[in-house]
Design a protein around this ligand. Structure first.
Ligand SMILES: *Cc1c(COP(=O)(O)O)cnc(C)c1O
Length: 302
């Protein structure tokens, strides 16, 4: 790995609820790897970075929105490895750049803003040819690392979980690339649980088969599809309250887009006896804390 992943420790959470239900809950702190290339992103980027390091052009081009953890991670990782990075940003250039985009620029990423309409056509041959003309040779990382190479990188997360036979491995999902990696690395007795943070995702099976290149039996995967809190980056008072409670009780900082919704779902499922007694649950802290910078500073306690 290009970054020091030994900082990603496993912490067991202590909570009366878990005692009462006789389950164990631990967190894999991928957020501790680094504030910007934290979490799952550095794993999803791993093989793209490796490939680009051996290329002549030494350039990565990728896509994302104004608050994208993926853009932030790509910019920082490229800077650290002395690669060039280009970010194609969804939406017209705003008067004030988000702190995420400001950080990307600081990390040397060249940004190009395109309309939402143009962005929706970003996979077309014409669009890709124009990028080639404008920026020269480059390696493309699809938005969020949604690509078999991204999943192969995410499978490296599984190596950090091999010491113990967890019964359940839980993560928040956007593109499902991380989940695909977990499915590639888990053993057959383990259940993978995902909390999609987008509303109404219905093509999970197609995504997983594209990402893994296999027709996996998806019995191993459980999708908790009702914890998106209204959709991407939507939040409620209840969610913010939960984040503050987890901070006060467990000293665990969560991001409001992904990890807070995942852990909320897991607590809720434990309350509702979803997990059998004796379950050993591990939740991935997939990072994303830089996204909290877009919240009003009065909302959260950390
Ligand atoms: C990007 C991201 C995810 C989603 O990962 P996918 O591989 O796209 O499903 C989850 N958590 C955090 C914090 C993220 O930034």
């Amino acid at each position: 790995m290009f970054f020091d992943i030994s900082k990603a420790n496993i912490e067991e959470l202590q909570d009366d609820l878990f005692l009462q239900k006789q389950v164990k809950v631990s967190i894999l702190r991928l957020d501790k790897i680094h504030p910007l290339v934290s979490g799952n992103k550095i794993f999803k980027l791993h093989y793209f970075l490796k490939e680009t390091l051996t290329s002549k052009h030494k350039t990565i081009l990728t896509f994302g929105g104004a608050y994208s953890n993926h853009l932030a991670a790509t910019a920082f990782a490229c800077k650290a490895l002395q690669l060039n990075s280009i970010g194609i940003v969804r939406g017209e250039k705003p008067k004030f750049l988000s702190s995420t985009l400001q950080q990307c620029i600081e990390d040397g990423m060249q940004l190009k803003f395109i309309t939402r309409h143009a962005y929706s056509k970003k996979d077309s041959t014409t669009f890709l040819n124009n990028l080639q003309t404008e920026f020269g040779d480059h390696n493309i990382v699809p938005e969020g690392g949604y690509h078999p190479l991204g999943a192969k990188g995410a499978a490296l997360i599984g190596d950090l979980l091999k010491d113990k036979d967890y019964t359940h491995i839980c993560t928040a999902s956007g593109t499902f690339t991380t989940v695909a990696g977990l499915l590639l690395s888990a053993n057959v007795q383990q259940t993978i649980i995902t909390v999609p943070i987008l509303k109404g995702i219905s093509d999970t099976a197609e995504r997983i088969s594209y990402l893994t290149g296999k027709q996996l039996l998806l019995e191993q995967l459980q999708i908790l599809s009702t914890y998106h809190f209204g959709g991407y980056a939507k939040k409620s008072e209840q969610l913010i309250e939960f984040m503050n409670k987890v901070w006060m009780q467990h000293h665990l900082p969560l991001d409001f887009v992904y990890t807070a919704k995942m852990l909320y779902a897991i607590f809720d499922c434990i309350k509702n006896n979803y997990f059998k007694k004796g379950s050993e649950i591990i939740c991935l802290h997939t990072g994303g804390l830089q996204g909290n910078n877009s919240l009003s500073s009065k909302l959260i306690l950390y």
